[in-house]
Design a protein around this ligand. Structure first.
Ligand SMILES: [Zn+2]
Length: 202
């Protein structure tokens, strides 16, 4: 088998490390860029560089924010209710919930869900900082809005165990969201209903 020039192979390898991209798609993307007009590669490279240099994570809720900001817009806002915190898996879930306009509290982004199969344990997620936030005492209700999946449920249960010593109210979004689906893909009305119909987590 002929050996590909190193830069080509490097890019294929880089694409392969992305979630959902197999060897075939990685090669296809690489050769697409190789043939595409020069600015297609340049735009992609610029966007990737900007991702690293201009984006950071909020130090309180771990949502994405512009680099240089300690806290995200939501954590910085005085109009938001600090006593209610919605716990989600990904920054995109924050976006989905914000789009409903039905939630005026704060968030906590875990950056994933527990998954023994994928080797994701509690220390890989922002669970400890969540416990610390609850320990701070300002939070009265945690709405656990992890995805309605096995991993999401396991994560919710784990959070419940970790928060046993505290007198915070724990709720879970109502059923009705498509099981196994991602929060970010749920439509606004379904999400609003799930939020309004949230139940004690048990
Ligand atoms: Zn924040």
């Amino acid at each position: 088998m002929p050996i590909l020039p190193e830069p080509v192979q490097n890019l294929i390898n880089a694409f392969e490390r992305l979630p959902g991209v197999g060897p075939k798609s990685a090669s296809r993307l690489t050769f697409f860029l190789l043939r595409a007009p020069e600015d297609a590669s340049k735009n992609l490279a610029d966007a990737l560089n900007a991702l690293q240099s201009s984006i950071a994570f909020c130090e309180r809720c771990f949502n994405i924010t512009m680099a240089g900001n300690q806290f995200c817009e939501i954590c910085s806002s005085e109009e938001r209710d600090e006593s209610q915190v919605c716990v989600v898996e990904e920054p995109l879930d924050v976006l989905a919930l914000e789009r409903t306009g039905g939630f005026n509290g704060h968030y906590h982004v875990l950056h994933g869900a527990l998954s023994p199969i994928e080797g994701i344990g509690p220390d890989d997620l922002k669970i400890k900082p969540l416990v610390e936030r609850v320990r701070g005492g300002a939070i009265k209700e945690l709405i656990v809005a992890t995805n309605p999946s096995m991993e999401g449920d396991a994560t919710a249960l784990y959070i419940k165990q970790q928060l046993k010593p505290f007198s915070v109210r724990l709720t879970r979004l109502a059923r009705g969201l498509p099981v196994g689906g991602d929060l970010e893909y749920a439509d606004q009305n379904t999400l609003l209903r799930a939020l309004a119909g949230r139940q004690e987590l048990d």
